[in-house]
Design a protein around this ligand. Structure first.
Ligand code: AHR
Length: 322
């Protein structure tokens, strides 16, 4: 391989070789094409940089798809906008990349562009989040977390915790800071938790609202929750950065939370900073979401390169910390 070497080499030359003499350009062209000849070109369309988890996930791709590992990486940050991601995918198709890795900001609205990738013969690997499409042959596989199980586990943990605290008869008022609406992480965590909520007569979901996976937005939403509902017993934060935002709001409102506080704080991701907060007792429990997806995607690509079958859905193993 690779089919796109000339095209990519020309693009690199255009960027690097402007103003050079003809013979200099020829040498440069030869160097670039020789260097890239054996590389697998991957286009990664990332959601954005909304959270610490996301930064770790981006690092994982960048550390995996290196020239030493046999890759040439084209990375595009979608800045949380589906239209940017669609544009990035169309550019990858134009550049004739070998594989597209898509981490879709939302689940719906991908059929057309994925069909274009399929028509161009470019396999698409969904990483972290998934899509809802009519035809699942539009992507090669999805590698990510079982977000629904994460939500179920959060509900089961709360049930167990309240039993141990002797609070099974008490009304338990809950609010949820949700992730970006229509994202796989939001849908799974919300639905998973609700599976358990629906079995507990005395649990009351006061309100759910999106904090868009960011600390700043979550702080705003938590301030609103605290004003609206004087008695909140549990805050579910669908990621760690939103837990930090909720903590900021609760601190400012003089409310106590965590292990020794009045409000139980449940979070998802288990990033380094959040695990320190768990250790300090500020967050009661944190459900892991593994951002190190680069090596798993790499394995899938290597299999596809060898013409091997790959599993359509590949969940990563995860745990929790309390
Ligand atoms: O899709 C994974 C989620 O997206 C992570 O929980 C969150 O931190 C990120 O922004």
């Amino acid at each position: 391989m690779k089919k796109n070497i000339c095209l990519l080499a020309c693009m690199l030359l255009f960027a690097a070789g402007c103003g050079k003499q003809q013979n200099e350009e020829d040498f440069l062209y030869q160097d670039v094409t020789e260097d890239m000849e054996d590389l697998i070109v991957v286009g990664v369309s990332q959601v954005g940089s909304e959270s610490d988890w996301r930064l770790a996930n981006t690092r994982s791709y960048q550390e995996t798809f290196t020239e030493e590992n046999g890759y040439y990486l084209i990375f595009e940050d979608g800045q949380q906008k589906q239209e940017n991601q669609v544009k990035a995918l169309r550019n990858f198709i134009l550049q004739e990349v070998d594989y597209i890795i898509l981490d879709p900001v939302v689940e719906t609205g991908w059929d057309a562009v994925l069909q274009e990738a399929k028509d161009a013969g470019i396999p698409v690997i969904l990483s972290d989040r998934s899509v809802q499409v009519e035809d699942d042959s539009l992507y090669a596989c999805w590698i990510g977390s079982d977000f629904t199980i994460e939500g179920v586990n959060a509900g089961l943990w709360l049930k167990d915790y309240l039993e141990k605290e002797g609070r099974t008869e008490e009304t338990i008022n809950i609010v949820t800071l949700q992730g970006t609406y229509d994202s796989t992480a939001q849908i799974g965590r919300t639905q998973g938790f609700e599976c358990i909520l629906n079995t507990q007569k005395n649990w009351k979901m006061l309100e759910k609202m999106s904090g868009e996976f960011t600390q700043a937005k979550a702080k705003e939403v938590m301030e609103y929750f605290l004003k609206m509902y004087p008695e909140i017993h549990v805050v579910i934060c669908e990621n760690d950065n939103m837990a930090f935002g909720a903590m900021d709001a609760m601190k400012e409102a003089g409310r106590s939370y965590g292990k020794n506080g009045d409000i139980i704080l449940i979070s998802f991701d288990a990033t380094q900073a959040a695990l320190e907060a768990v250790e300090k007792g500020e967050i009661n429990v944190d459900f892991e979401c593994n951002p190190n997806l680069g090596p798993i995607v790499d394995k899938a690509i290597k299999k596809l390169e060898q013409g091997q079958e790959i599993e359509k859905i590949q969940y990563v193993e995860e745990t929790y910390f309390d």
